[in-house]
Design a protein around this ligand. Structure first.
Ligand SMILES: *Cc1c(COP(=O)(O)O)cnc(C)c1O
Length: 479
């Protein structure tokens, strides 16, 4: 045993590490021997070393107690360390923050059809770039080409890693060392690192800003066009709105203006929906079809925003421009893998059965979830959360607004319902709320809510039945 202070009551510290067992001794404990067949010897040794290191550090800080050096305690510490070492860093979380498409939480949830398709593509060889009809080498874009053209009305399409890559690639292809004309009202920043002016300079194109923040006229574009102009560009204001005394040039006019000078028009739609949102009682958003119909030669949008699919950048448009983009050597760097294409194909297939879309596509299902149903969920969870937080917090059900998220339709929010947890105890409410947020985050399945004015809000729009079971287990374990 370790030597301890002479008066060996519970607070006595260990005064020498002489009794610290060796790696070999620990490795030969019965349980530890058993773990070696499950985790492999090297990971077990690593866990043991880390446990011993922690104990030495605690000893150094004068914070090591005799009980920690007893074999059962050491074995338990090794077990915990092994579990930590072998558990994935990417974890399921429960989204009660009320944002349906949250970039930090992975954006769109995929439909079962897409999940099955991805699993299949991971498990077996597939015809990713193999044309089964001819036996020749194929093009991976062709897997979704027909569907995309049919859905958008475009002549051609190509897929890259995300919409940021799509914008970069289309600029670099169609306007390298030339000018691109963009309205000052559309020089968007999306989440810090994606800023249209920065992307333009990195893509090797010169930005020609025209108009003012709130008003840009056709003559502004017209005056800017010169021999070095390669492209007119429209960027959808995804995450902000300019209201009041405003003027933008309708896309069809912009396209005509460009055409008169033999200059193509590109649109970065951002969220890019394929459906008429108003049909579902949702805030209106320009569709990809409309942009194509109005004559844009190139339209780019995200796969994992309103489309409800995997992370991807979809570029649709005319043969000439899309072919040029596909021929850019950078396309090879930005192309997507088979898992993405498998998921995307399955998601696009759901759009061919529009009547069933709101049931099958999780993003649309969540966005259109009836408030009455969300409210019923909130009422159901109210007593459960009240019990879980205790009397320091009042838990009340409340009408609230969900966000669509991911830069989609920022100014529009969806009527929803949830719980408001507000501090009732003495002392600083701020800190109590922060601790509550942390307690939710430290659950085996972390729960993410939204803090607003010293209260925690839980929106039940995004809680599925399967997640509800899991949440209940989490709260029961952590009472
Ligand atoms: C979201 C967005 C992007 C970036 O798309 P990612 O898929 O996140 O790369 C670019 N432009 C606009 C207008 C957007 O809304």
């Amino acid at each position: 045993m370790a030597e301890i202070n002479s008066d060996s009551h519970s607070t006595a510290r260990v005064t020498t590490l002489a009794a610290l067992p060796s790696v070999d001794v620990l490795l030969n404990q019965k349980e530890v021997l058993h773990w070696q067949s499950e985790y492999g010897q090297s990971l077990v040794v690593k866990a043991i070393r880390q446990v011993l290191e922690q104990l030495r550090a605690q000893f150094g800080a004068g914070q090591l107690y005799p009980a920690q050096l007893e074999l059962p305690a050491l074995v338990a510490a090794i077990d915990k360390q092994l579990q930590q070492l072998s558990s994935p860093r990417m974890q399921q979380v429960i989204n009660l923050g009320g944002t349906v498409l949250h970039t930090n939480l992975g954006r769109a949830l995929l439909p079962e059809q897409a999940i099955d398709a991805v699993v299949q593509a991971m498990r077996f060889p597939v015809n990713l770039e193999y044309d089964i009809d001819s036996g020749q080498r194929g093009d991976r874009d062709n897997l979704v080409l027909e569907q995309l053209c049919a859905l958008t009305g475009a002549e051609a399409a190509t897929i890259v890693n995300n919409n940021a890559a799509a914008v970069f690639l289309l600029l670099n292809t169609l306007a390298f060392r030339q000018q691109v004309v963009v309205s000052r009202g559309e020089l968007v920043e999306i989440g810090g690192s994606f800023r249209i002016p920065d992307i333009m300079s990195r893509a090797g194109v010169r930005l020609r800003e025209v108009g003012t923040t709130n008003r840009t006229h056709a003559f502004d574009y017209e005056r800017a066009i010169n021999a070095r102009t390669a492209l007119l560009m429209r960027v959808h204001c995804s995450n902000y709105a300019i209201q009041g005394f405003t003027k933008t040039v309708p896309l069809n006019e912009l396209v005509s203006l460009g055409a008169a000078h033999d200059v193509a028009t590109a649109v970065d739609l951002g969220s890019g929906t394929l459906i008429n949102m108003a049909d579902y009682g949702l805030p209106d958003e320009p569709t990809v079809q409309q942009s194509i119909e109005q004559g844009a030669q190139v339209v780019s949008f995200s796969g994992d925003k309103l489309l409800g699919g995997p992370q991807a950048g979809l570029i649709v448009g005319s043969h000439e421009q899309i072919q040029a983009i596909k021929d850019n050597p950078l396309k090879r760097m930005l192309r997507v893998g088979k898992m993405t294409l498998a998921a995307l194909e399955a998601v696009l297939a759901l759009y061919q059965q529009p009547e069933l879309l709101a049931k099958r596509l999780p993003t649309l299902r969540l966005l259109t979830r009836p408030v009455a149903e969300i409210r019923a969920a909130a009422l159901y969870w109210q007593p459960i959360f009240q019990r879980w937080v205790g009397t320091d917090f009042a838990v009340r059900d409340e009408a609230m607004y969900s966000q669509i998220g991911s830069g989609a339709l920022p100014v529009d929010s969806l009527p929803s319902h949830g719980l408001c947890l507000s501090y009732q105890g003495a002392g600083r409410g701020n800190q109590a709320v922060r601790q509550l947020v942390e307690r939710l985050r430290r659950l085996p399945t972390p729960v993410v809510g939204r803090v607003h004015r010293q209260a925690l809000y839980l929106d039940f729009r995004c809680l599925s039945a399967a997640e509800a079971d899991l949440l209940k287990q989490n709260l029961n374990q952590n009472n």
